[in-house]
Design a protein around this ligand. Structure first.
Ligand code: ATP
Ligand code: MG
Length: 179
């Protein structure tokens, strides 16, 4: 599968991209969790993207970079779930492919991990086996060996102007080829 690159001019456009991406990952394909690897240099916008996505899922807590924790998780409570289910964008997805309902989102920062083993020790296998889990993982290229084959990969890069970015989308099995 080919990379698809999207040019982002500012935070407003990143917000639109996040909404469209959410629609894509809500489609059901029920094998295990939905894993999204976020790749790109320091300060390129990985955490900012996670914050926008979580806001769209109705998570109101302040989302900090989880660096110091490695894994932070947020519940999507039944009220939030039904709100997502009833939203126009979820309906469009449901009609086409069926809808996946997330119960919990995991925000992982792999930056300070030295090996895949450290993530395995934090219960990785169990986390990725649940189809109600959404896993957003910054610096996913550090743990590429243990990412499920059906993960998504978003590669962020800086643009010419201050707030410009480019995002390439592809399945994660290409991470190893790309890096
Ligand atoms: N179009 C844009 N997309 C994303 N971030 C942007 C954009 N324009 C400006 N920014 C700013 O760039 C910064 C991105 O920081 P952020 O913490 O999200 O990066 P990161 O990739 O998570 O870094 P790290 O590797 O340290 O975790 C934020 O201050 C954000 O407001
Ligand atoms: Mg970050």
């Amino acid at each position: 599968m080919k990379y698809k690159e999207t040019k982002i001019k500012n935070l407003r456009q990143l917000n639109i991209f996040a909404k469209e991406f959410l629609q894509k990952i809500l489609s059901s394909e029920k094998k295990g969790a939905r894993v999204v690897g976020l790749i790109g240099s320091l300060g390129v916008g990985k955490t900012t993207f996670v914050q926008l996505l979580l806001k769209d899922l109705g998570i109101k807590e302040q989302i900090l970079s989880p660096s110091f924790l490695i894994i932070k998780s947020y519940e999507i409570n039944p009220k939030m779930r039904s709100r997502i289910k009833d939203s126009a964008f979820a309906k469009a997805t449901a009609d086409k492919q069926g809808l996946r309902i997330f119960h919990r989102v995991f925000h992982i920062d792999a930056y300070r991990l030295n090996s895949e083993k450290e993530l395995l020790a934090l219960g990785w296998e169990e986390i990725i086996s649940n189809p109600h889990h959404l896993i957003l993982i910054e610096w996913a290229d550090k743990v590429k060996k243990i990412l499920p084959k059906n993960s998504f990969q978003l590669q962020f890069s800086f643009g010419e102007k201050k707030n410009e970015r480019a995002i390439s989308t592809s399945p994660s099995r290409l991470i190893s080829k790309a890096s």
